[in-house]
Design a protein around this ligand. Structure first.
Ligand SMILES: Cc1ncc(COP(=O)(O)O)c(C=O)c1O
Length: 413
């Protein structure tokens, strides 16, 4: 059994569950749920509004959490600080904020000068890091350039450097692919882009829960992620943006809590971060995120990483013995990331996932919101196994047994 499985109350109700869908959302440790419950029962109030103690306490909770997030992603060293941390609803919302609030303005400024701007993404993006740029392209005519990936599943740096030019306004790239589990060389990508004075947005949704993220060291300009992929709740995400971009960015959503002065005809915005957090904060979710950070940081990083790497290696080794399994990346290219996607020749991935579900095994089947990547790999769908701290070698053994059963049931040769 995993050292940490007992931290997740769901297993007391579902002892047979083998949960391999952490890339979709991680299960929540009881301490996180308890902290949210406590806040909602005993401390709930609107933050940044009331002068009474309950509200002042909620404000303090939000601002302390902001500092904790900044520390967690290395945004409180060097030139960065907690004021560069924006609370959003999700990774998706954070990317839309950058697309509509910052990049659109840059494009318009370039267009005035009669130049066609371009935004560069990779072939392996989640739709959350593709559609906002497609919409922007439809709205403004910005050219969407697609950087290819190599056989090892990471961005082709040579090709990327050829795509970058003086009209590039942003590189938007995933840190860890939600399909392939590959880790992109973000520091090198930032170096390449910065040589041409192009900022870089990193979609860290699949990274923060697994690897050490230090935005200052990576030198990225924007970093986005969601709490629910790092053992926190849904409904809360983070946009880290360097101060210089925050000053140029307009809020995507406007309303209460973001102005110094308003009349019927005009308004004056507060400085960042509050100008980007219109409406009431989702304080319970912020408490959940903050507690998830405490949960993760209480476990030494090396211990967590080693455990998941060992599990990944075991999963890959065991999978490689199943002749009917075709991994999306060749077995020899697979590293020890916690995500493994594959197809079973001649069988729809939904059929495989349904059979596994009958054995209480939860995997993801489909295109995982990465249809263009699947198309490039000339497949429609795949099955994704993704690992979390609650998984164990025994879970993987069960998965392998179940896959063998699927093979027999569906008479795969
Ligand atoms: C790489 C990546 N980016 C973005 C997202 C979107 O995250 P959210 O649904 O929390 O906005 C996901 C979710 O699976 C993801 O894996």
């Amino acid at each position: 059994m995993s050292l940490w499985q007992q931290d997740f109350a769901v297993f007391s109700l579902h002892p047979e569950l083998k949960y391999f869908d952490s890339a979709a959302t991680c299960l929540m440790p009881k301490v996180v749920a308890d902290a949210m419950h406590y806040y909602q029962c005993f401390e709930h109030a609107n933050s940044h509004k009331g002068l009474y103690p309950l509200s002042a306490n909620a404000t303090k909770t939000v601002e302390k959490s902001r500092e904790k997030v900044a520390d967690f992603i290395g945004a409180s060293i060097g030139a960065s600080n907690a004021q560069e941390i924006i609370f959003t609803a999700s990774t998706t919302q954070a990317i839309n904020q950058v697309a509509q609030g910052y990049v659109k303005q840059q494009i318009n400024a370039l267009a005035i000068k009669d130049r066609v701007a371009n935004v560069i993404v990779s072939e392996a993006e989640h739709h959350a890091n593709l559609l906002p740029w497609q919409i922007l392209s439809q709205e403004t005519g910005v050219e969407l350039r697609i950087a290819p990936i190599t056989l090892s599943g990471t961005v082709d740096l040579k090709a990327l450097s050829l795509l970058l030019d003086k009209n590039s306004v942003l590189v938007a790239i995933n840190h860890v692919s939600n399909v392939l589990g590959t880790v992109n060389p973000i520091a090198e990508i930032c170096q390449l882009a910065h040589k041409k004075s192009v900022p870089v947005l990193v979609d860290g949704a699949q990274a923060v829960g697994h690897i050490k993220v230090e935005v200052e060291k990576l030198s990225c300009d924007f970093y986005v992620f969601s709490a629910h992929k790092m053992y926190g709740p849904t409904g809360i995400g983070i946009l880290f943006a360097k101060q210089v971009y925050l000053e140029q960015m307009q809020p995507l959503i406007v309303g209460g809590g973001i102005v110094t002065k308003t009349s019927f005809t005009e308004h004056y915005l507060l400085p960042a971060p509050l100008r980007f957090e219109a409406g009431s904060h989702n304080v319970a979710a912020i408490v959940g995120l903050s507690t998830a950070i405490d949960y993760l940081t209480a476990i030494p990083l090396a211990k967590r990483q080693n455990y998941l790497q060992q599990l990944s290696s075991y999963l890959i080794k065991e999978m490689s013995h199943l002749s009917f399994i075709k991994p999306l990346l060749a077995f020899e290219q697979l590293t020890t990331a916690s995500i493994f996607s594959f197809v079973v020749d001649g069988v729809h991935s939904h059929d495989v996932a349904s059979c596994l579900a009958d054995d209480n095994i939860a995997v993801r089947a489909g295109h995982h919101c990465a249809q263009p990547l699947h198309r490039k790999l000339t497949i429609a769908t795949s099955i994704r196994v993704s690992l979390g701290l609650y998984n164990s070698h025994a879970d993987i053994d069960k998965l392998i047994i179940s896959l063998r059963k699927v093979q027999q049931l569906l008479t795969i040769t």
